[in-house]
Design a protein around this ligand. Structure first.
Ligand code: ADE
Length: 223
């Protein structure tokens, strides 16, 4: 899988991917993530990428040309995703579907947004990571990249663990415990100490269901 990220802060993208599972997946060649500086595609000597909106108003708009130039410089056929609070909500099932894409291009906006014409002609998909407004699309792009990398076969040590993540079966994850057996007077549920695999599996299923009912009943309703 290849992921290109178009941004005015390429180092922010590169730096965050130097840690943990994304780093290992990239080093192992399971995914190629390339961050491109949109300013490199600006056509004036000041490397201008934004301008004020026609009709007036506060805030700046990304000009269409640098985005179009950057996209044309990439191999064709990539699925272009614009990160925006106006996009469709990012969920585990969206992540699962996107993880099947060979080539993803994530476009990070800033300020008020991007020129509508470039959005209409070049963007295939728009994604929001939640109903709040961030300063730019970089953190959302990193959220998407991280969620996708977890799903690439081989990216996670234990092959089953991505499938057991919260949301993969429409439920929140169960509670987990490790040593010591007793911590500040609190013990570990007996079923987990029983050594009986079926009992452990049953406890985890029940616990996941109880947690989902208590914290996110909406997830149960949509099942
Ligand atoms: N850009 C700014 N806020 C965002 C959000 N919530 N999701 C995706 N992109 C964004």
């Amino acid at each position: 899988m290849r992921i290109d990220v178009l941004t005015i802060f390429p180092d922010l993208i590169r730096d965050v991917l130097k840690y943990s599972i994304p780093r290992r997946a990239i080093d192992a060649g399971l995914v190629d993530v390339v961050a491109h500086d949109l300013r490199d595609y600006a056509d004036d000597k000041h490397k201008t990428i934004d301008d004020s909106p026609y009709g007036g108003g506060a805030g700046m708009i990304f000009k269409p040309e640098p985005i179009a130039h950057a996209l044309k410089a990439l191999p064709s056929g990539g699925h272009v995703v614009f990160l925006t609070p106006q996009g469709r909500p990012f969920t585990q099932s969206v992540a699962n579907a996107l993880s099947l894409t060979d080539h993803l291009i994530l476009l990070c906006g800033h300020y008020r947004g991007i020129d509508e014409r470039v959005r209409e002609h070049y963007v295939d998909d728009e994604i929001s990571i939640g109903d709040y407004v961030l300063s730019g699309g970089e953190l959302p792009a990193l959220v998407v990249v991280d969620a996708l990398i977890r799903l690439i076969p081989g990216a996670i040590g234990d092959a089953e663990s991505a499938l057991e993540d919260s949301f993969q079966n429409g439920l929140l994850d169960c509670a987990w415990y490790t040593r010591p057996r007793e911590f500040e007077g609190a013990t570990v549920p007996q079923a987990l100490l029983s050594g009986d695999r079926e009992k452990v599996a049953q406890w985890r299923r029940d616990n996941a269901r109880q947690r989902t009912r208590a914290r996110r009943p909406d997830l149960l309703e949509s099942q």
